[in-house]
Write a protein that binds this ligand. Structure first.
Ligand code: FAD
Length: 386
C-alpha cells in the first residue's frame, strides 16, 4: 500500500472494475480484503463486476484530479486546514461564521453514519404527511404510456387528473401521460417520474419504448436480507464499542457484515440491551434473501459466533427481506444511463429517478431528485415557488 502514490495511472477510456482499480493502486491483497469488504458493506456487490467510475465516482476523481488516493487525501487535509484557519481568523475578527468545517462525505456529516432519532421511517412519513391526500398508498402501477396527445384517448376508465395537479386547461384525456394501475384505474398527468428500482421500472415502460425498457432492465440489483438480533449486554461483556465489521468474501463467514446498531445510534436499544443488524445475501449469494427465516437466523448466529465469539441466546430476532436490494452499477453502467437519457429526450415529460441509476445512497437519490424537480418545474412552465 505504501507504493500507492507511484501506481500507474488508469488506462485511457477503460471502464475499470473496482477490483482492477484497487489492485492496480494498492495491490491485490488489499483490494481483496479491504476494498472487497467495503464493497460488500455498501453495495452488497461484486468488486470484479462493479464499475469504479459509476459506483465510486469520488474515488475515481481522486485519481483523476490528484494522481492517486494518498495525494488526494493530502490535498483534502490541506484544504480542510486552510478552511479551518480561515474560520478561526474570521472568528477573531468578530465575524459571525456559520459554515462548519467538517470532513463530510458519502456517510453524512463528519463521515459518521447518520440517521433520524426514531429511525429512517421518519423521512418518508414526514414527506407523506406534507403531501396529504395527494399521496396514494397500495396502488401498483402496471404501465406508463402516452395519454391523449400521443396515443389517442387512453383506454381505462375512472380517469382523474394526475398527481401533478394534472389538467392545464385540457380535458384529462388530453394530458400527455397515462399511468395505469392494477385496479384498472388510469391517472393522467403532465409529467411522470418513475422512481422504482430497475426490475420494476422495466416492465412498466415496455409498451412505451422497448429500447428504454430493455436498457433499464440491464441494470441489475442485488437482493439481501437484514437480520436484526437483540441481546442482553451483560453476557456480551457490555455494549460493544465501535461500528461493527464487514466481511471480505471467501474468508469463511457467509454474512456480509454486522452493524452494532445500538452503539452507532443512541436510543436504538434500552439501557443494558444491544441491537445488532446483520446483512446477508447480495450479488455473491443471491439465494439468501428468500431463505427460510429459521435457516437465516441460524446462519447469522453461527457467523456471529465465529466473528465475535457471540454464543448468547438472542432476546428476539427479526428478518427483513429486500429482494430488489441495491442497484449494481456494473461495467458499462454509464453507457446504459446515457442511452436512457437519449431515449428520455424523445419522451418529454417522463423522468426516471432512484437508486438504480444515479447513485445508490439516500443522499445521492435526494440530490438527484432535487435537480429533477427543477427540470420538471421548468418543463411544466412553473417556477420553483409553485
Ligand atoms: C438493506 C439495505 C440497506 C441500505 N442501507 C443504506 C444506508 O445505510 N445508507 C444509504 O444511503 N442507503 C442505503 N441503502 C440504499 C437505499 O435504501 C436505496 O438506495 C434507496 O432506498 C433507493 O431509493 P429509491 O426511491 O430509488 O427506491 P426504493 O426505496 O426501493 O423505493 C421504490 C418504491 O417504489 C415502490 N414500487 C415498486 N414497484 C411499484 C409499482 N409497480 N407501482 C407502485 N409502486 C411501486 C416500492 O414499494 C418502493 O416503495 C440500503 C438499501 C438496502 C436494501
Amino acid at each position: 500500500m505504501f507504493g500507492e502514490p507511484f501506481a500507474r495511472r488508469q488506462p485511457e477510456g477503460v471502464d475499470e472494475t473496482i477490483f482492477e482499480f484497487a489492485s492496480r493502486r494498492i495491490g491485490v491483497e488489499a483490494a481483496s480484503v479491504l476494498i472487497d469488504a467495503m464493497v460488500s458493506g455498501v453495495f452488497a456487490g461484486n468488486i470484479h463486476e462493479l464499475s469504479l467510475s459509476s459506483s465510486l465516482p469520488k474515488m475515481a476523481a481522486m485519481e483523476e484530479e490528484h494522481g492517486g488516493l494518498v495525494m488526494a487525501m493530502l490535498a483534502r487535509m490541506r484544504e480542510r486546514r486552510t478552511a479551518r484557519r480561515e474560520v478561526e481568523e474570521r472568528c477573531l475578527r468578530g465575524e459571525k461564521v456559520e459554515e462548519l468545517v467538517q470532513p463530510g462525505g458519502p456517510a453524512g456529516p463528519g463521515g459518521t453514519l447518520t440517521s433520524f432519532r426514531r429511525g429512517l421511517d421518519t423521512l418518508p412519513e414526514a414527506l407523506a404527511q406534507e403531501l396529504g391526500d395527494s399521496m396514494r398508498y397500495g396502488v401498483e402501477v402496471v404501465s406508463v404510456g402516452r395519454g391523449g396527445e400521443g396515443g389517442g384517448p387512453p383506454g381505462g376508465d375512472g380517469g382523474r387528473s394526475g398527481p401533478a395537479g394534472g389538467d392545464a386547461g385540457r380535458g384529462d384525456s388530453m394530458a400527455p401521460w397515462a399511468v395505469r394501475a392494477t385496479a384498472g384505474e388510469t391517472l393522467f398527468a403532465d409529467a411522470v417520474v418513475v422512481a422504482l428500482p430497475s426490475p420494476r421500472a422495466e416492465p412498466l415502460l415496455k409498451d412505451l419504448d422497448l429500447g428504454l425498457s430493455s436498457t433499464i432492465g440491464a441494470i441489475a440489483t442485488a437482493g439481501l436480507a437484514v437480520v436484526a438480533l437483540a441481546f442482553d449486554a451483560a453476557p456480551m461483556g457490555g455494549t460493544p464499542d465501535g461500528f461493527g465489521f464487514l466481511v471480505p468474501r471467501g474468508t469463511g463467514p457467509r454474512i456480509l457484515g454486522c452493524l452494532w446498531d445500538s452503539s452507532i445510534f443512541p436510543g436504538r436499544a434500552p439501557e443494558g440491551k444491544v441491537l445488532l443488524r446483520v446483512m446477508i445475501g447480495g450479488a455473491h449469494d443471491p439465494e439468501a434473501v428468500m431463505e427460510e427465516e429459521g435457516a437465516l437466523v441460524s446462519q447469522v448466529r453461527a457467523d456471529l459466533e465465529t466473528t465475535m465469539g457471540l454464543e448468547a441466546e438472542p432476546l428476539f430476532s427479526r428478518v427483513y427481506r429486500w429482494p430488489l436490494g441495491i442497484g449494481q452499477y456494473t461495467v458499462g453502467h454509464q453507457g446504459r444511463v446515457d442511452i436512457i437519457h437519449r431515449r428520455l429526450h424523445g419522451l418529454p415529460g417522463l423522468w426516471l429517478v432512484g437508486g438504480s441509476f444515479y447513485g445508490i445512497s439516500m443522499n445521492a437519490c435526494i440530490e438527484k431528485a432535487g435537480e429533477q424537480v427543477e427540470e420538471i418545474l421548468s418543463c411544466l412552465g412553473s417556477g420553483p415557488e409553485t
